[in-house]
Write a protein that binds this ligand. Structure first.
Ligand code: RIB
Length: 332
């Protein structure tokens, strides 16, 4: 009995001490269809299966953080419709603070159509809809919540000026700013220096730097260039090749993903799970190396199941896979 009480006390204490993370991003509903191959332009093909579920990069990141045990709030704009209600239900079920959500009576919640082939590869068309109306002023109005957060994450699914405003407020309050530049949009240089960590995937790294990223060596080169453009630290994700780190303009390390049982069936949202888990780990004061390994593991688990937000692993699953993967530090 005493042991149970001590365990409960420790858990409460841990929860109280957990530092807050704020995500400024998008919620949409994903309509995902599964087929052998992805359709080519102008082609109609017969698929095998479909699912409808929660998506949107920022929202997926928030769910990934909550599932992994973090304290997270989401600033997003949704419509007062069935899709929006799906989001609200999701946050209640997953433990994401939704008090900062903006629900607009006159607009529709966004949606994404996603095609996924037999190797889990995907192509995505996302229409942010109501999220396009998330303005910089709306973020200014939420300043006090950013002030009380340790970490802020944002990306390019919301309007660019809103992402910039979020990062500026994050800077003002000494938040750790994480910028996931996805999907890539043309930006001016100012934005890179507003983030402590910039986390593109290989495609976004190419679009930002002009350096084709096919392997870890290319990724180091692109990351160093991104630092020359103003970023402090860069983490480039490389799908099945894991991720590389570039710290203060210097080549860091390459981390292959750990061994996780099962086949890859759906990579949608893998980057979001990576970003969520990475942010949580960095917020908890872990090193960038430990955080990349933690994030690699969380996203490796997620690609073995269907869905975006709902493929995120919970803390216990990550822990179990960590102990089964004591040699998972495939650092090169
Ligand atoms: O990163 C995956 C997400 O991108 C999907 O959930 C889709 O909604 C798009 O926003």
């Amino acid at each position: 009995m005493l042991l149970v009480l001590i365990m409960m006390f420790n858990k409460n204490l841990e929860e109280k001490m957990e530092k807050k993370i704020i995500v400024v991003g998008v919620f949409v509903v994903d309509i995902s269809v599964y087929s052998k191959n992805l359709p080519l332009p102008g082609q109609t093909i017969i698929g095998q299966n479909y699912i409808i579920g929660p998506g949107g990069k920022g929202s997926n990141q928030a769910v990934a953080i909550a599932r992994a045990g973090g304290k997270v709030s989401l600033i997003a704009r949704v419509g007062d419709d069935d899709f929006g209600k799906l989001g609200l239900r999701l946050y209640d079920e997953e433990g994401v603070n939704r008090k900062l959500l903006i629900v607009d009576k006159d607009e529709r919640t966004g949606c994404a159509t996603i095609s996924i082939d037999e190797n889990g590869m995907n192509s995505i068309l996302v229409v942010p809809s109501s999220a396009n109306g998330l303005t910089p002023e709306m973020i200014v109005n939420k300043k006090s919540s950013i002030k009380s957060s340790k970490t802020l994450i944002t990306g390019f699914e919301i309007p660019l000026e809103t992402a910039i405003q979020s990062l500026k407020i994050g800077r003002e309050y000494n938040c750790l700013n994480i910028l996931n530049p996805a999907p890539y949009v043309d930006v001016n240089k100012e934005i890179w220096s507003l983030a402590d960590y910039v986390t593109p995937n290989e495609h976004e790294a190419f679009e930002i730097t002009g350096i084709k990223v096919k392997n870890p060596e290319d990724a180091f080169e692109a990351g160093i260039k991104l630092c020359e453009m103003g970023s402090e630290n860069v983490v480039i994700t490389l799908g099945s090749l894991g991720a590389v780190t570039i710290l203060n303009g210097k080549r860091g390390k390459h981390f292959l993903p750990p061994k996780v049982p099962g086949n890859v069936i759906d990579t949608v949202g893998a980057g979001d799970v990576f970003n969520g888990a990475f942010s949580l780990s960095i917020t908890r004061g872990k090193s960038i190396e430990e955080s990349v390994q933690f994030a690699n593991l969380a996203s490796s688990i997620s690609v073995r199941r269907k869905g975006a937000a709902l493929s995120s692993p919970i803390a216990l699953e990550i822990e179990q896979n960590q102990t089964e993967n004591l040699d998972w530090f495939y650092e090169i």
